[in-house]
Ligand binder design. Structure first.
Ligand code: HEM
Length: 519
């Protein structure tokens, strides 16, 4: 902290020689309306809050860097991507990483059971690249049109303003694709010990594109050097009694004492085609790509080594979006990724303002400085054109004035697209139960016990219709899973098993094997 003294002024630059009292007529007299110093101060204060993020409102962030290995596993990175961020060995790219919880408001407890956001802004020499991920590698839904329904169900009841388990499970009961994510979130993995000791994942499927214009499907993951540590519900409750901001404090304190958190950045790669040989669709974000078939290949590391100077300016006003890609990284047809891409910049124009990209936290690296013909709007801080003729804010110009188009890449990536336009439910991954069952079976005993206790406790608060359907779902993931949930919540297993398949949803392909982990 600097001790440099400087003079207090208002935003007009006027020195303030008395910051202790209003201007009044006499010692006890009325205040006057021309009191500019006071009015400017108080009316700015009245506007200190901007809308909180509609999701992921509670967060903490830090600055750092990404350092590439120049490789994808053992192969040169250039084989897969021409993005400079992965190819310039030894060049550190500045990053800003914001962690968050999803459902709670801006001041909500960080001990909440919830996925954790893991959003990174890479300020690369090619411009910004945002990777807006979570700690868990899968998600609840696979079609972006379902997102508002899902968030409404998980947020508080619109009448009572209480988060209700029945609303959560009512949604899940009708969306079996959520079972995999629910199995993670209701286990201790739903409450990471803090932000440093958790994984990160881009979740959605992207593409890497090389110099020849050849694309590969890709998922991004981050493995913490600190290891992974999660909390049981009981341990989280103990922490929450004393502190609702333990994860922010943990991150801030670690960086202040020079204990910089670090993650290996890895990719999983698949050729860019439909992969009919797989029993899941690689574009379905409710499924994991099995790591024995698609290993995690290291591409570099990220390190966080500097706390923000100001929480609001940097953490609150930071704006990440899935549309923010650089040359060499591209969209896949993942329907969630495509839907998300509209949502982020749309909400940020509303939440922060149309010129949010002019704020220092969001503006690109100096080497990729923005030069646009976009003008005006609320809070336009400057004209981002420091070259060319400033009278020409359009393109092209017969006179050759103003901003010029950038050279085209040698080989553009062109995707072949053909098909009937319509609304489709996936038929490809009708089995939404398999990976949830696999996850259940691979948990450690204490994790499974916590999972069952959490779901059991929740289902006790749900109407019978939801209880029976949820047990039916869990039983189809793994018989032991269903049986133990039924037992924990006092639900009639036989009655649940007798339910017909969900109307309009494909029946589970087959009942999943009896787990070896019986209680
Ligand atoms: C934040 C929409 C799915 C991760 C947000 C915000 C919106 C949004 C509107 C607030 C952004 C802001 O105010 O700056 C959506 C939609 C989704 C979706 C429409 C699905 C169609 C996902 C998924 C993930 C994710 C699958 C995980 C990979 C995040 C994160 C943030 C966020 C980490 C917080 C970013 C930050 O720290 O500022 N999302 N989201 N979202 N979302 Fe999503």
């Amino acid at each position: 902290m600097s001790d440099k003294q400087s003079i207090l002024t208002n935003r007009q630059g006027h020195p303030i020689s008395d910051n202790q009292s209003l201007r009044t007529v006499g010692e006890r007299g009325p205040a006057t309306l021309e009191n500019y110093q006071f009015i400017e101060k108080i009316t700015h204060f009245d506007r200190e809050r901007i809308p909180e993020r509609v999701v992921h409102a509670r967060g903490a962030g830090a600055h750092g860097y990404f350092e590439p290995t120049g490789k994808v596993g053992d192969e040169p990175a250039a084989k897969y991507t021409r993005a400079k961020v992965f190819n310039q060995i030894g060049v550190q790219t500045p990053i800003f990483l914001r962690f968050s919880t999803v459902i709670g408001g801006r001041e909500s407890p960080e001990t909440k059971r919830d996925p954790r956001g893991f959003a990174i802004k890479f300020k690369t020499v090619d411009g910004n690249w945002d990777l807006v991920g979570n700690n868990l590698k899968v998600f609840f839904i696979r079609d972006a049109v379902k997102f508002p329904d899902m968030i409404h169900a998980f947020k508080p009841d619109p009448v009572s303003n209480r988060e209700e388990p029945w609303r959560f499970y009512d949604f899940v009961a009708m969306h079996p694709e959520s079972l995999h994510m629910v199995t993670w979130v209701k286990s201790p993995w739903g409450i990471p010990a803090n932000y440093r000791e958790m994984e990160g994942s881009g979740v959605n499927t992207y593409k890497l594109v090389n110099d020849q214009g050849v694309a590969h499907l890709c998922k991004f993951h981050f493995q913490p050097k600190q290891g992974v540590r999660n909390l049981t519900s009981q341990r989280a409750a103990e922490i929450q009694m004393k502190d609702v901001g333990h994860a922010t404090a943990d991150l801030y304190d670690a960086i202040e004492r020079g204990d910089y958190p670090e993650w290996d950045m890895c990719v999983q790669i698949m050729s860019d085609d439909d992969h009919p040989e797989l029993d899941f669709d690689p574009l379905d974000d409710t499924k994991r790509w099995p790591e024995d078939k698609f290993p995690l290949l290291k591409v570099g590391r990220i390190v966080l080594n500097r706390n923000p100077d100001n929480f609001f300016a940097e953490v609150e006003q930071s704006a990440f979006g899935t549309g923010v890609l650089v040359d060499g990284i591209d969209f896949s047809d993942d329907k969630m990724l495509q839907g998300r891409t509209l949502s982020y910049s749309d909400t940020q124009r509303y939440r922060v303002g149309p010129n949010y990209l002019q704020l220092p936290i969001n503006a690109p690296h100096e080497a990729a400085r923005a030069h646009t013909n976009q003008r005006d709007g609320q809070m336009a801080m400057y004209v981002d054109q420091d070259a060319g003729n400033k009278h020409v804010n359009y393109e092209p110009s017969l006179l050759g004035r103003g901003l010029q188009e950038a050279p085209k890449p040698q080989k553009d990536y062109h995707q072949w697209v053909e098909g009937h336009l319509g609304r489709y439910q996936t038929t490809r991954t009708a089995d939404d139960y398999k990976q949830a069952g696999e996850r259940y079976r691979t948990f450690e005993d204490w994790e499974r016990e916590d999972l069952i206790a959490n779901i059991g406790g929740d289902l006790k608060q749900c109407p019978e219709q939801i209880q029976l359907r949820m047990v039916w779902h869990f039983w189809h993931c793994d018989e032991d899973y269903g049986r133990r949930v039924a037992q924990a919540a006092g639900i009639d297993l036989e009655k649940a098993k007798a339910l017909p398949p969900l109307p309009g949803k494909p029946a589970p392909h087959q009942r999943r094997p009896q787990s070896t982990y019986t209680s």
